[in-house]
Write a protein that binds this ligand. Sequence first.
Ligand code: CA
Length: 232
Amino acid sequence: MESKKILIIEDEKSISDIVKFNLTKEGFRADTAYDGQEGLDKALAGDFDLILLDVMLPSIDGFEICRKLREQSAVPIIMLTAKEEEVDKVLGLELGADDYITKPFGLRELIARIKANIRRTALTGNGSQNPANARDFSNLTIDMDRYEVRKDGKPLELTLREFELLKYLAEREDKVFSREQLLEDVWGYEYYGDIRTVDVTVRRLREKLEDDAGDPKYIMTKRGVGYYFRRP
Ligand code: CA
């Protein structure tokens, strides 16, 4: 299999160098950009499997790059954040980043995240030729193979992560999962990650899925435990 190509957009050369070195050691190909505009140009021009994106960058910041990239590309993006405020912004804004990691980060953790995000893309990007495996849940249809969700026949625009969370819960109707369990099974982390990520994804999913996100009929909260899927 051809090695995966990663773009590191990071202006701190010491960080960029060590990440590049370790990615190469792990069998990835890595390209670098030290400036926001340069990074955006490279990301749009190159055929990358994943983008590592620092927030504070010269010329264009990481938030803006993420937003611009998302207009044209579904490439997995991991944001490199330095401060808690940046994490809140990544989680709160509809930037479309797939993941984030807070500096200073361990290289083992970073590599694990990169692999998890690439694996997820590989699972969905191969255009399965199987006959549609669609299941109906009241007025919701979830096509498990094609990664499509329709509500009353109209397709919903879900991100990969939102789809995977929905799929996971819907396939296990009425079973309650803790945030930690969802993080492990849907996001694929073993020990890393932030359970707020689960809450944010549930919130976004409800906004797209439910008639009234404040009074959900599909994705239910089990107070003090976690979430479950219910057929209305
Ligand atoms: Ca920086």
